[in-house]
Design a protein around this ligand. Structure first.
Ligand SMILES: [Zn+2]
Ligand SMILES: [Zn+2]
Length: 263
């Protein structure tokens, strides 16, 4: 499985020389397996995904906050592909997923009606997607702690497992459940929007801290932890300073266009 981080920012895209190293696009992570191209969230980084025509494409949305869906209407490959693309969220029914996308990409906020422009975009429930691809990989989900709710995902192939825990305000009460959910994962992706110091001011905003991720990895048997959903105002200089004080070599701050092979 190859993972590529196309967007590593939280909340809103950011640009400028001081953000060029880690990148300014919002959340979008591509997983390439032999059987499918799986895309976790469609933040602004989604515009840079090369939609594959040689295998099924699955878009899994963790939730519908704008930094996770704002790129959906801006990838030309989505319009030109003729084969089906599955889109799903474990958060809700297919009808609700349809309604949320329809509102965000309806004529008040977007020039064309996205869902009618892309008839090959098929909205499915999570369980439907899970069963369509059951022979290829095992998909699982876990409810996270986030305003309006949010779905974590895990993807397990014969050789590897990846878990994505975005967006989540971590609570000690989640430890047991998340340790079980991420059991044996080669890589877990963590919401590092805040530092411990900042967290006190933003309780209830629905995000975790970088330090909580580092402590979480110590308590699990995941191999590696990628910290992403970086705060939009956090510059490369500040992220480099944080990088230097992370002592665990299995924890890293993800950057845009970073690719990792698993399995
Ligand atoms: Zn977010
Ligand atoms: Zn969110």
């Amino acid at each position: 499985m190859k993972i590529t981080f196309h967007g590593v920012r939280g909340s809103v895209p950011t640009c400028g020389a001081e953000f060029s190293e880690f990148g300014g696009h919002t959340t979008c992570i591509e997983l390439m397996t032999d059987e499918a191209q799986i895309i976790l969230d469609a933040g602004s980084g989604f515009q840079n995904i090369k939609i594959r025509n040689d295998r099924p494409v699955i878009i899994l949305l963790s939730h519908f906050h704008h930094d996770h869906i704002q790129g959906l209407g801006f990838n030309r490959g989505l319009f030109s592909r003729q084969c089906e693309i599955f889109i799903s969220s474990a958060l809700c029914s297919g009808e609700e997923t349809h309604g949320y996308i329809q509102s965000y990409y309806g004529s008040k906020f977007f020039p064309v009606d996205l869902l009618s422009e892309i008839p090959h975009l098929k909205i499915k429930t999570f369980n439907e997607v899970k069963s369509i691809f059951a022979q290829a990989f095992y998909l699982n989900t876990y409810q996270l702690n986030h305003p309006g709710d949010c779905a974590a995902y895990s993807i397990e192939t014969a050789t590897t497992k990846l878990c994505c825990l975005l967006d989540n305000e971590y609570k000690e009460s989640q430890l047991e459940g998340l340790v079980g959910f991420t059991e044996g994962a080669e890589l877990a992706i963590w919401d590092g929007m805040f530092t411990d110091n900042e967290l006190e001011k933003f309780l209830g905003w629905g995000h975790s801290s970088i330090e909580q991720g580092i402590r979480f990895l110590d308590q699990t048997n995941c191999k590696q932890l990628a910290i992403t959903h970086h705060a939009p105002e956090r510059t490369d200089y500040q992220l480099r300073k944080i990088k230097k004080i992370i002592r665990n070599p299995d924890v890293f701050l993800a950057h845009q266009n970073q690719g990792i092979h698993l399995g």
